[in-house]
Design a protein around this ligand. Structure first.
Ligand SMILES: Cc1ncc(COP(=O)(O)O)c(C=O)c1O
Length: 382
């Protein structure tokens, strides 16, 4: 059946059209221009950072962040195992080795296990290049605790805020934590430029180096001169225009996603054995809402529930498969890990539900009804 209620799709309209046409008419059909400058200023403002460097993807932003933070070939970089593959791939792109750390019940990296993993990584004789923390599904991680461990080992904290734009922890906005951070503007994110990302930092030197590397490390001389190997990572001015229009709608998108979270939370309050992944919503941008399904209490499992929803044209997805179990990173000798089974449990029991502002309250009400109906028919083939 065709998808009627998607997991997360972009919402664009007249505001995006207007800025896109303005960018086209400006003649800046390049990875430079006034829309890109304005976009960077707005991203920096939203994240409470002094500088934002617009690049072609969140993965490129993370790669650059690691490189300018000083990560070198062969370094160990600690990262949570419960994340999207790009978190680990960016470490590999920097020729470093991801070391996987399990999460706590919120889904974010557990600071206690990080301490264990970083000490173990040091004992193997590898230099610890950085700690890469992720704000999973739009919940800002405990960067105070994670940063304290990183600092104790002299490692910079790089934050993957790809999913958390608009979220806060206490007074601090997502993207403001760590020595340097990265955000994504991919099509499925809370704000999209169709694709794109940004490096965020308060350090002018780091920002300038990221920008330099993103433009093929071209020296500022009339002829083409390059002293180091750079990348073609700058964001297109056209895409920046789209991103700028979307950023102005961030409050609207936050309101819609948070309202969907409330509806799912109400379902969980009524249905025994269903619980929201991440604990309370304090400060979350509610980018994606996932529920944890207790098979004993519900007589269901996430696989059957997903298929049940799919038959009604409702898109749901498993929670991210832990990175330590991905075939490409499965070798525990090549890719060390410190695990306590939490990420495996969240993967086995988690189901991500439609969270898009494109969905109306009645769409989410339908998702809740269908879920509740499947749980009532405990044990039946849903
Ligand atoms: C946690 C996380 N890190 C990194 C990325 C990479 O962003 P992009 O797709 O823009 O390269 C994503 C999203 O795709 C993500 O969810």
């Amino acid at each position: 059946m065709a998808i009627r209620i998607p997991l997360s799709v972009p919402v664009v309209g007249p505001a995006e059209r207007e800025l896109l046409l303005e960018a086209l008419d400006s003649g800046w059909i390049t990875p430079a221009g006034p829309q890109l400058d304005a976009f960077e200023a707005e991203v920096a403002r939203c994240t409470g950072r002094a500088r934002a460097v617009g690049v072609s993807s969140g993965t490129a932003a993370l790669h650059l962040a690691l490189v300018v933070a000083g990560v070198r070939e062969g370094d160990a970089v600690l990262c949570p195992t419960l994340s999207f593959i790009a978190s680990a791939n960016a470490i590999s792109h920097a020729r470093a080795v991801p070391v996987f750390v399990d999460c706590d019940a919120t889904g974010n990296m557990a600071p206690g296990l990080l301490e264990e993993a970083i000490a173990a990584a040091e004992r193997t004789g590898r230099r610890v290049g950085a700690v890469l923390a992720v704000d999973l599904y739009g919940k800002v991680a405990d960067h105070d605790a994670i940063g304290a461990v990183a600092r104790a080992y002299g490692a910079p904290l790089v934050v993957d805020a790809a999913e958390s734009l608009g979220a806060r922890r206490g007074e601090r906005p997502a993207g403001s934590h760590g020595d340097i951070a990265a955000v994504s503007f991919n099509g499925n994110k809370i704000v999209t430029a169709s694709s794109g990302g940004a490096v965020l930092t308060d350090d002018d030197e780091l920002a300038d180096r990221a920008r330099h590397l993103a433009t093929q490390a071209r020296e500022p001389v009339p002829h083409y001169e390059h002293r180091v190997i750079g990348y073609n990572y700058r964001l297109s001015n056209i895409l920046a225009a789209l991103g700028l229009a979307q950023l102005r709608r961030l409050p609207e998108f936050l309101t819609a996603r948070r309202a969907h979270r409330e509806a799912y939370r109400a379902l969980c309050a009524e249905a025994a054995g269903l619980e929201i992944l991440g604990g309370d919503d304090e400060g979350d941008n509610c980018w994606i809402t996932s529920v944890l399904v207790d098979p004993a209490a519900t007589g269901q499992d996430p696989v059957r529930l997903r298929e049940h929803l799919a038959r009604a044209g409702i898109e749901a997805r498993p929670v991210f498969a832990p990175l330590h179990s991905q075939p490409v990173y499965a070798d525990p000798v090549a890719y060390p890990r410190v695990l306590d089974g939490t990420a495996d449990r969240l993967f086995a029991t988690g189901l991500s539900l439609p969270s898009s502002p494109a969905s109306l309250p009645q769409d989410v009400a339908e998702v809740c009804e269908r879920l509740a109906g499947a749980l009532v028919r405990t044990g039946a083939a849903a």
